[in-house]
Every structure is written in C-alpha cells, then in structure tokens.
Design a protein around this ligand. Structure first.
Ligand code: ZN
Ligand code: ZN
Length: 321
C-alpha cells in the first residue's frame, strides 16, 4: 500500500503545484515540486497534530479567558500560511537549491565542506544522535537571533508584531512579520548550511522544533516541573518572555526549545508567574488588525525606527518591553 503522505503529496503536486508552475513558466521546478508538496503535507499534518495536542490542554487548564477570539483567528491564518506554504517552500525548495549550488561550487574549488560527523566521529553511524546534535546547534543559533532582535530598534519594530498579541495561544508561534521571518529563515538556513544539515533533514528539523515552540505559546497553566523546565522550554517559561515588563524589569527567556542558553548567558528567569502579555508600545493595528494591517503596521514601525536613531550599542538592553 502506498504511504498516505505520498498519495496526498502526489495529488497536491498534480492538481495544484504543476498547473501553477506551468502557468508562471517555472517548469524547471517540476522535480522539486514533489518535495515541496510532501513537506506541505507534513506541515498540514503538523498543524493538525499540534491542534489535537494543544487544544485540549488549553481547554483543560486555561490561563486566561477572553470574551471573543477574533485576535486568535488572525494567528491561525499566520500558522496555516507559514507551516503549509512558506516553511516547506523555504526549508525544502530554497534550502535544497542553495545547498546543491553551494556544494557544486565548493567542489569546483576542490574543497569538500566538513560535516558534523567528520568533525565528531562519535556521531558516525548514529543518525538519530546526529539529528539531535543539529537541533541543538540550530536552537543555539536561534537563541542569538532572537536575543538580537530585541536589542536593535529596527529589528524590534518587526519582532514586536510577535509580542503585540495579548491573547496568546499555541497559534501565536507563527505570528511574525514576513520580513522577520525572512531574516530568521536566512539565519537558520545559513547555520544549517555551515554545519552541513542534509537537505531532507532540514525541513524535518524545523517540523520538530516548531512543534515545541507552538506548545510553549499555549494558553495553558502548564509547567514541566523544576527539572523538566530546565530541560525543555515550557509554556510558563516562554510566557515570561512575552510578559509586559514592570519598571526596572529586564526581558528574559529568549530560548525557543532549550532553556540552556538562557541559563548559560544569564537571561533565564524561572520565577515569573502568570504575567500579562503584549507590547504596550505597539500600534493598535498591530494588536487587533487583520493579517495585512499587521504586516503594514510592522513596516511603518520599521520606517519610524529607522528614522529615529541608530541601533543601541550591544550590551545595553532597550527599556520598556
Ligand atoms: Zn521575543
Ligand atoms: Zn513567542
């Protein structure tokens, strides 16, 4: 029997992607379009699985209740666009293309890039361990990307869209400005190329890591316990990152999957209990507008930040987050 993922991907390729590629004259992508379709199917299944796990958790132990969930619906749109459309395209099609081109160019120069297994022979023949090692390195890179996005005014103007949500749920993970997403994809992709993540593993890594990130945004009274919380990021830990800061309080908990980097670089705070989320400085369109209005508000905030002043020097956090 044929794998149901294969069947669904084949259907998607035949009925949607191929007609689309022919229409816009991108027939050379025909071979790759199956991979794209497959990861779009994985993305859709991931959204369904995340929903099946997080929804009951939010119902079971909700942290906050709201009169209506209009703001949450916009986050759902973000999730579907990102997981089913953009992420499979970026993580499979583009990453694959760039990696093939780069490896070809390097081979022409007579240089074979090092792989993680060659650098650490203990990983040889242990694909699962190698996969985990890739995930840890990518998560470390993501900690720094996220931390820097809070430090520079122009970058914060974009990232603040993620923080503007006052009704945070597991859907909120993908609530990002497209430009911020683009920077994140380039950053993540560059590190993945540097450490030689194989093309088929990269989208899988993104799938696994993003599931934990979704869970960390859940509107659920959920902690993993004193030890568990120090192993993997819990909703309680990430919610503290989204908290409106009191006077004199510093932003904390930048990690996405592992809290280790926050502990190592002294930005972890495990003590903050049920905090209010949101960004008091965000324009209203960014908080309660639709998808397009939020994107436009992000660009406008970026333009204002670019006009105002240069980036704050490294080492000095910006106030009022
Ligand atoms: Zn943040
Ligand atoms: Zn978040």
């Amino acid at each position: 029997m044929q794998d149901p993922f294969d069947l669904a991907a084949g259907w998607l390729q035949e009925h949607l992607l191929l007609p689309l590629l022919y229409q816009v004259g991108l027939m050379q992508w025909e071979d790759l379009s199956y991979g794209w379709a497959l990861f779009a199917v994985y993305g859709a299944v991931q959204v369904a699985a995340t929903f099946a796990i997080c929804m009951p958790l939010e119902r079971w132990r909700p942290l906050e209740r709201w009169p209506d969930n209009k703001a949450v619906i916009v986050d759902m749109i973000y999730t579907v666009i990102s997981r089913v459309g953009v992420l499979p395209l970026v993580t499979f099609v583009l990453f694959y293309q760039v990696q093939v081109a780069l490896n070809g160019w390097l081979a022409d120069q007579g240089w074979v890039p090092p792989t993680l297994e060659r650098l650490f022979p203990a990983l040889l023949g242990r694909p699962l361990l190698t996969f985990v090692a890739y995930a840890i390195i990518l998560d470390f890179a993501d900690y720094w990307r996220h931390r820097l996005s809070h430090r520079f005014a122009w970058w914060w103007a974009l990232h603040s869209l993620h923080h503007a949500q006052k009704q945070m749920t597991f859907w909120s993970d993908d609530r990002n400005h497209l430009l911020d997403d683009l920077i994140a994809a380039l950053w993540f992709g560059a590190v993945a190329l540097l450490i030689g993540v194989p093309p088929m593993q990269f989208p899988l890594l993104v799938l696994v890591l993003r599931f934990i990130e979704s869970l960390s945004h859940a509107n659920a009274r959920l902690s993993f316990g004193a030890i568990g919380e120090r192993l993997v990021i819990s909703p309680r830990f990430h919610r503290a990152h989204h908290g409106v800061l009191a006077a004199g309080q510093r932003s904390c908990n930048y990690g996405a999957v592992l809290p280790w980097w926050d502990m190592l670089f002294r930005t972890a705070d495990f003590s903050r209990e049920k905090v209010e989320t949101g960004d008091p400085g965000a324009p209203e369109a960014m908080v309660s507008g639709g998808y397009i209005a939020q994107q436009v508000a992000g660009v406008q905030r970026l333009a204002r930040a670019a006009r105002r002043r240069p980036a704050a020097p490294i080492g000095r956090p910006r106030p009022a987050r």
